[in-house]
Design a protein around this ligand. Structure first.
Ligand SMILES: Cc1ncc(COP(=O)(O)O)c(C=O)c1O
Length: 255
């Protein structure tokens, strides 16, 4: 009896295995099945040049350095100041780490200044810092400080903390805004040329249209308002609804 149960079980397993072998598995996520917008999007910051740089550095590490007329490579595609010798940021990190791990406040691992600041924030934050603890827009206290800063910097009477959203970096904020603005290919986003490639990549990902305006190098990379006006007029004639203008000059990408 027992041996016949085993027999029937192993026969079942064999049948199942052969069915699995017959079924043709194809991966859901393949180059051909990717969203067209993803395939079209380009992000030079992580593109061909940095990839080639990595290849060269790997080659040098393998002992093939004699091929090149330099001893090592430095990644300048992303803004990591530590890659070019700048010291590490300590104060902000000490404050944040002791807010996340208050036991640090009782040690000598962090500076006196950082402890004082962490204790101040501990009292001011609505909930202790942990996981998923802040308001979705960010800590109220931090948003109030940002609103105050904007009022002072831009000399404007109103800037309300309830209108401030804190994101994990500029890129995430831009993504959020473009997701909301771009409804289809007739929605245009004006970006400066030269630009920072995040903007063109996100326009393509969202299926919108890029409306470039040009910065004038001879004029210290100034924006030419007549060029901007012409681009708006031309875009409107072509049926494009201009949804926003990206202003990141001066600063980036012109340095
Ligand atoms: C103009 C501009 N926008 C967006 C970003 C992306 O910023 P983050 O790394 O904070 O997402 C950068 C980064 O250098 C930038 O220079």
């Amino acid at each position: 009896m027992i041996s016949s149960i085993f027999k029937s079980q192993s026969t079942l397993a064999q049948v199942r295995n052969s069915q699995v072998a017959l079924r043709a598995y194809t991966k859901v996520l393949q180059k051909d099945t990717l969203s067209d917008n993803v395939k079209k999007a380009e992000y030079a910051v992580r593109g061909k040049i940095p990839l080639r740089g990595e290849e060269i550095q790997t080659d040098i590490n393998k002992g093939n350095g004699a091929k090149y007329n330099f001893a090592s490579t430095t990644s300048l595609n992303i803004g990591n100041p530590q890659a070019v010798g700048q010291g590490h940021i300590t104060f902000n990190r000490e404050v944040i780490s002791s807010l996340i791990n208050p036991a640090l406040l009782n040690t000598n691992a962090i500076s006196h200044d950082a402890k004082e600041r962490a204790l101040k924030y501990k009292k001011l934050l609505d909930t202790p810092m942990g996981a998923y603890t802040s308001n979705s827009k960010g800590y109220q206290y931090a948003r109030e400080k940002i609103a105050e800063f904007i009022k002072k910097r831009d000399n404007v009477p109103h800037c309300d903390a309830k209108d401030i959203y804190i994101t994990n970096g500029a890129g995430e904020g831009v993504k959020l805004v473009f997701n909301m603005l771009i409804r289809g290919q007739n929605d245009g986003i004006m970006i400066p040329i030269p630009q920072y490639p995040l903007y063109s990549a996100l326009i393509t990902l969202n299926g919108g249209t890029q409306i470039p305006y040009f910065l004038d190098e001879a004029q210290n990379w100034a924006l030419d308002t007549s060029d901007v006006k012409k681009k708006i007029t031309d875009a409107k004639k072509a049926g494009i609804d201009i949804r926003c203008i990206v202003i990141i000059n001066p600063g980036n990408p012109t340095g």
